[in-house]
Ligand binder design. Structure first.
Ligand SMILES: *[C@@H]1O[C@H](CO)[C@@H](O)[C@H](O)[C@H]1NC(C)=O
Ligand SMILES: *[C@@H]1O[C@H](CO)[C@@H](O)[C@H](O)[C@H]1NC(C)=O
Ligand SMILES: *[C@@H]1O[C@H](CO)[C@@H](O)[C@H](O)[C@H]1NC(C)=O
Ligand SMILES: *[C@@H]1O[C@H](CO)[C@@H](O)[C@H](O)[C@H]1NC(C)=O
Length: 241
């Protein structure tokens, strides 16, 4: 079983494929073979593959590429029987499988086709970094925290959703302004009377701060406005050791 990073490398970083050593063994050979009928690996076909995620949901721009690629590359797809549920769950997580289930499952006694392989995998690659999927896969986060995070995202313009992944790096400026304040308020983690964070509840819902972490000075941090202050103080709790 190949690791998920391989697929991301394959699809996302396609343009640098030829130079990249991060590719899975033989991957460029396999891609070359699967694209042979369309001129092989050229700057044009590479550019097209680089936009794989943006292809239409039901039209594969390089016909039958996906089926060939998956069948040769990964254990989670079989040429005739299609996607293996357990294997897909293992590589991409249960939320992704469930969200794409309709496209992944085959009707009784039907065999997989180019269309089936494409639609299923296209769904997976488009969901993998979807904020809701990322939230569902977060460890140590309570169900109400997940719900709050999703609700707050719905108030945000979808064009900003792609910034969600940036939270993982705790940048100085909040990737989606006021998002942190939104979900912390929904969870009532700041006591408006005492002006203090409810650290126990924060740990229960969000898994931070770590037990024994030094957080004494976190509540003193200030940003340029209330949202920025929330974000700074929360980041301080999350990163405290
Ligand atoms: C890569 O291809 C070579 C020959 O084409 C083959 O011997 C080798 O087993 C392949 N490696 C993998 C990981 O498939
Ligand atoms: C997939 O099926 C095609 C024919 O439908 C066959 O030519 C090809 O070798 C198969 N690939 C694998 C990996 O089984
Ligand atoms: C795909 O599944 C069929 C039926 O279970 C099996 O005979 C075949 O060997 C599988 N193909 C590969 C490439 O594993
Ligand atoms: C989740 O919590 C467990 C036990 O409390 C801990 O061992 C683990 O490192 C935590 N995982 C993350 C991603 O924080």
């Amino acid at each position: 079983m190949q690791k998920r990073s391989g697929i991301l490398v394959a699809i996302c970083l396609w343009l640098s494929v030829r130079k990249s050593l991060a590719l899975l063994p033989n991957e460029s050979d396999i891609i070359d073979k699967c694209i042979l009928n369309y001129g092989g690996l050229t700057p044009e076909t590479a550019e097209r593959l680089g936009r794989f995620k943006d292809w239409s949901v039901d039209y594969e721009e390089i016909p039958c590429f996906t089926r060939c690629y998956l069948a040769d590359m990964f254990d989670f797809y079989n040429n005739s029987t299609g996607f293996d549920k357990d294997a897909v769950v293992k590589v991409f997580g249960e939320p992704v499988y469930n969200a794409c289930q309709k496209k992944l499952e085959l009707p009784e006694s039907e065999l997989s086709s180019c269309q089936h392989a494409y639609e299923g995998f296209h769904c997976i690659t488009n969901l993998e970094n979807h904020p809701f999927t990322v939230i569902d896969n977060m460890a140590n986060i309570s169900q109400s925290a997940k719900t709050a995070m999703k609700e707050c995202l719905q108030d945000v313009d979808q064009a900003k959703w792609k910034s969600f992944a940036a939270y993982g790096d705790y940048p100085v400026i909040e990737p989606i302004p006021c998002y942190t304040r939104c979900f912390l308020d929904k969870l009532h983690l700041f006591d408006q009377k005492t002006r203090l964070w409810k650290v126990g509840a924060m740990r229960q819902h969000l898994g931070v701060p770590a037990k024994g972490a030094v957080i004494r000075s976190c509540h003193l941090q200030r940003g340029k406005d209330r949202c920025a202050t929330y974000y700074k103080q929360f980041t301080c709790h999350a990163l405290a050791a």
